[in-house]
Design a protein around this ligand. Structure first.
Ligand SMILES: [Zn+2]
Length: 470
């Protein structure tokens, strides 16, 4: 039986255009998907857009568009950018898809019948920026700490609540106990500790409907209310498979998400699934944010880095490499255009590009023939990728690059002749093949170019892989 692997990105909220943050998540998912395909597994890779909620309705109004037209436009800009980065997803899910809406309604109904939903009066503060209720204690100067410029709304309305609190003991056990049938991993470890300590403090029930948000999916038994955008959005991971008749991929092997939506993906989602009687994802992989030259990236500061800008400057594989090699794994990562330029020149133009050119030239001059051979996976590299540690996996490959470079220098290969030259070049060609093999998930076009160039038997020089940036 084929091993299956299901990887997802979050569905991106359409109030924003794609930037380096979305790119980092989607690229990580693509690298993971490619790696598992290379292992011979059947892979389903899902991405999409989240299109309901008050914030979208507001953004549409501001743009002078109907909500659906606005969603179509922004969703398209996400659908357009990923193929330009050689990101190969299988399906792009949209929460305004009528099939998705039906599945969400059916799931809410199921949880309702099970007795996990009740009606109550909600009183408190609602941040439209976050699309969530926040408590009095979370307010800073009477405002949401993440949206200090927006006035916070005090609301009082009848809502339907999901008995999230009832699932807390099961969730703690599922996270902590590896033998629990619902066990799931939270990577990295620091985020797992954060979730557990919050769960142990206690959790309030979750309001899953809205009385005054028109742009959403109606509650099936009370059409005056719409379903909370997060309840709707999380179910994309399930609805996408059902829509595509691919339920054999359930549950997800990994949901890749950024830290701002940690709670929804490590607690609320799993409680919903337990209530609905569905199996839980295997892993939630949470990454951190980018800062730009020491500052938070924001529209008002004008320092937002877009995938279009990166592509224009560094090309597809240059962009893919720079993001993976600067991956914000467990803490925020500072990047800048200058740092990107320096890394591009050091690692790609000089490091990889120079080594490949150098060895190809030596092979060509030698007129030797090289037997074709297929490398195998390196154990350490596999260990890193099993934990989604992209940067350490790349660092390992770059160690091989500098080791091969040193070997050329130490042996003065350009001066060698006869059997000594043959032995040196055979070893160096094997190194290059090994390097290209392990670069496949990260920089697929470059890896394929190198593999073709070094396939043998005759190896010839080619134009530079990464011309130096001026
Ligand atoms: Zn907020």
């Amino acid at each position: 039986m084929d091993k299956k692997f299901y990887v997802t990105t979050p569905i991106y909220y359409v109030n924003d255009q794609p930037h380096i943050g979305h790119t980092c998540t989607t690229l990580a998912a693509d690298i993971i998907a490619r790696y598992h395909r290379l292992l011979g597994e059947k892979v389903f890779f899902l991405t999409g857009t989240d299109e309901h909620g008050a914030k979208v309705a507001q953004a549409a109004k501001k743009a002078g568009l109907l909500p659906q037209d606005f969603c179509d436009q922004v969703s398209q800009s996400f659908q357009n950018i990923w193929p330009q980065l050689n990101i190969k997803y299988h399906y792009f899910v949209r929460t305004t898809n009528p099939d998705h809406k039906k599945i969400v309604q059916a799931m809410l109904q199921k949880i309702y019948r099970r007795g996990d939903i009740y009606q109550a009066q909600y009183q408190g503060y609602y941040c439209v920026g976050c699309e969530k209720f926040i408590t009095e204690t979370e307010l800073v100067n009477g405002r949401c700490p993440l949206h200090p410029k927006q006035k916070i709304q005090k609301q009082s309305e009848k809502n339907y609540f999901f008995k999230l609190s009832a699932y807390v003991p099961s969730l703690i056990k599922a996270i902590e106990d590896e033998s629990d049938p619902h066990h799931y991993e939270i990577i990295p470890e620091s985020k797992k500790r954060e979730v557990l300590s919050k769960l142990k403090v206690g959790v309030a029930d979750l309001s899953v409907s809205r009385a005054h948000v028109a742009w959403g999916i109606p509650v099936p038994w009370d059409e005056k209310q719409t379903i909370y955008v997060w309840f709707d959005a999380l179910l994309n991971y399930y609805s996408a498979l059902e829509i595509n008749h691919q339920k054999k991929f359930w549950p997800a092997n990994v949901h890749v998400v950024a830290k701002d939506i940690l709670w929804f993906h490590t607690v609320i989602w799993e409680a919903m699934l337990l209530s609905a009687g569905l199996s839980l994802p295997k892993t939630i992989f949470i990454h951190s944010f980018y800062t730009v030259a020491g500052q938070k990236m924001s529209k008002s500061l004008g320092n937002v880095i877009t995938p279009h800008q990166l592509l224009e400057k560094f090309g597809i594989d240059g962009t893919r490499y720079l993001i993976a090699a600067n991956f914000p794994y467990s803490s925020d990562r500072d990047v800048s255009w200058q740092k990107f330029d320096e890394k591009f020149n050091a690692d790609l133009a000089n490091g990889l590009g120079n080594l490949v050119a150098r060895i190809a030239k030596l092979c060509e001059n030698s007129q030797l023939k090289f037997e074709p051979a297929k490398p195998g996976w390196d154990r350490r590299y596999q260990k890193y990728l099993a934990k989604y540690q992209l940067e350490p996996a790349l660092k390992l490959v770059w160690q091989w690059i500098s080791r091969a470079d040193q070997q050329v220098n130490q042996n003065q290969v350009w001066q060698q002749k006869g059997a000594a030259l043959k032995k040196s070049l055979q070893s160096l060609v094997a190194d290059i093949r090994q390097i290209a093999y392990h670069l496949q998930p990260f920089v697929p076009e470059t890896a394929a170019k190198i593999a073709k160039q070094f396939a043998g038997p005759a190896i010839k020089t080619q134009p530079p892989l990464f011309p130096r940036l001026k």
